[in-house]
Design a protein around this ligand. Structure first.
Ligand SMILES: NC(=O)c1ccc[n+]([C@@H]2O[C@H](COP(=O)([O-])OP(=O)(O)OC[C@H]3O[C@@H](n4cnc5c(N)ncnc54)[C@H](O)[C@@H]3O)[C@@H](O)[C@H]2O)c1
Length: 246
């Protein structure tokens, strides 16, 4: 069991990649706090974790709310008795070409995807610093490395998350806290389901492994970086993209 006696927070853990990460960590022995803005989704994920024989709590929180994130970490400590792993996974898109992108499109995406990671990390590292142990994994994106038309807000948030990851890695390495990121390519979830079929096909033809990724593909990489096996890896960005960008 990779995560025996470990407590993990997974933000946006109610569906898609976050749910796959929650179930993967639980399957390897972790107790999991599933944090999501949608309580129905997080409640269902928590039930599935309990069915694996682990403890789980579902917490309704908006990661973009600074005080809410601090309260959320307090609730995890009260509910599960510790905190070892933080997965900053919650993320949203508001795609539009820059000329049509509104200030609101920009602000909401940056607030959830980037400030959300700041809020949750700031609250969590206090506890991790005291305990001199922590594993933080941020879910960035291939487009944070490459850019993508229609995603100025999203790609900036994910590029920002990579800079944030490296800084947290440097600031907390001495406390035995590692901080890494994964940069998934195109993963088959609700976020990508809305793409027109022709676009999906064109996209797939650019992926050397010739398929979109699955949430499970991402969960494997996250689980490794969250484990003690990755104890000498920090500030790293792990691409999980089927070879689409090397
Ligand atoms: N799907 C992809 O192709 C892909 C590729 C690269 C990176 N990512 C990243 O992976 C992460 C998960 O993506 P997904 O495809 O599973 O998305 P998804 O939309 O399927 O799931 C996102 C989850 O986050 C929750 N959420 C949204 N806003 C929140 C908030 N403010 N506070 C708390 N929870 C919130 C949602 O309720 C949902 O359960 C995101 O950060 C996304 O940017 C996805």
């Amino acid at each position: 069991m990779l995560f025996k006696d470990r407590v993990a927070i997974v933000t946006g853990g109610g569906q898609g990649i976050g749910k796959a990460i929650s179930l993967k960590l639980a399957g390897e022995g972790a107790d999991v706090a599933v944090v999501d803005i949608n309580p129905e989704l997080s409640g269902q994920a928590a039930k599935e974790i309990e069915a694996l024989g682990r403890r789980a709590i579902a917490l309704k929180a908006d990661v973009g709310d600074f005080n809410g994130a601090e309260k959320m970490v307090g609730d995890v400590l009260a509910g599960l008795g510790g905190l070892h792993i933080l997965i900053n996974n919650a993320g949203i898109t508001r795609d539009r070409l820059l000329l049509r992108m509104t200030e609101e499109d920009w602000d909401i995406v940056l607030n959830v995807n980037l400030k959300g990671a700041f809020n949750c990390t700031k609250a969590a590292v206090r506890v991790m610093s005291k305990n001199r142990y922590g594993r933080i994994v941020n879910v960035a994106s291939i487009v944070g490395l490459t850019g993508n038309p229609g995603q100025a807000n999203y790609s900036a948030s994910k590029a920002g998350l990579i800079g944030f990851t490296k800084t947290v890695a440097r600031e907390f390495a001495g406390r035995n806290i590692t901080c890494n990121a994964v940069a998934p390519g195109f993963i088959d979830t609700a976020m990508t389901k809305s793409m027109p079929e022709a676009y999906r096909e064109a996209l797939t033809s650019r992926i050397p492994i010739e398929r979109l990724g699955t949430p499970g593909d991402v969960a494997e990489g996250v689980s490794f970086l969250a484990s003690d096996r990755a104890g000498y890896i920090t500030g790293h960005v792990l691409s999980i993209n089927g070879g689409m960008f090397m």
